[in-house]
Write a protein of this length. Structure first.
Length: 176
């Protein structure tokens, strides 16, 4: 279940009308709102990046480190340890993207002299098999839509309304 699939009427949602799909989005947003969870989102506007962000790899690392800082602060506040689970980006032929995340994580831990509340390196899973990853993808999609500067229309407004249902659960940090 991906927000984009619901919005576009693809895959599981291909036979549903727009009204049914927006109700599905609102239902998922309500589920998240009623769940004992929080969402942390880093939104990057590539148009306004400083000069020192020369490559996509630099940007990826900066955004990921910022997210790790936020999650670490949350774990400290909760007096708890945690495990980061990430949507697998690699395929059978390449593990470059997942390796990049592991390297960035290990560099972040080293920059903190090993002091972290994460119990180990991130685990990877396919979002098709993990409801938590699907919900994270859904939140990311609605956050992206709500953060967009596109032309407002009825359909966009309905997506904004779905985001509004869960907005109090979402902490958004913007770069820059």
């Amino acid at each position: 279940m991906k927000g984009r699939d619901i919005q576009r009427g693809e895959k599981l949602f291909s036979s549903q009308r727009w009204e049914q799909r927006t109700e599905a989005m609102r239902a998922v947003a309500r589920l998240i709102m009623e769940s004992p969870c929080r969402a942390f989102v880093v939104v990057v506007d590539k148009r306004d990046l400083p000069e020192y962000v020369a490559t996509d790899t630099d940007l990826y690392r900066i955004a990921f480190w910022l997210l790790l800082d936020i999650l670490e602060a949350e774990l400290v506040a909760l007096h708890d340890d945690g495990l980061l689970m990430a949507d697998m980006r690699s395929d059978l032929h390449s593990s470059v993207q997942d390796r990049r995340l592991i390297d960035a994580f290990q560099d972040w831990v080293a920059s903190r002299a090993g002091q972290t509340h994460f119990v180990q390196v991130p685990w990877f899973g396919f979002s098709a098999f993990y409801a938590g990853l699907q919900l994270a993808d859904f939140v990311a999609y609605l956050t992206d839509v709500a953060s967009g500067a596109g032309e407002a229309n009825t359909r966009q407004q309905e997506l904004h309304d779905a985001f509004a249902l869960l907005q109090s659960k979402v902490r958004i940090v913007r770069i820059p």
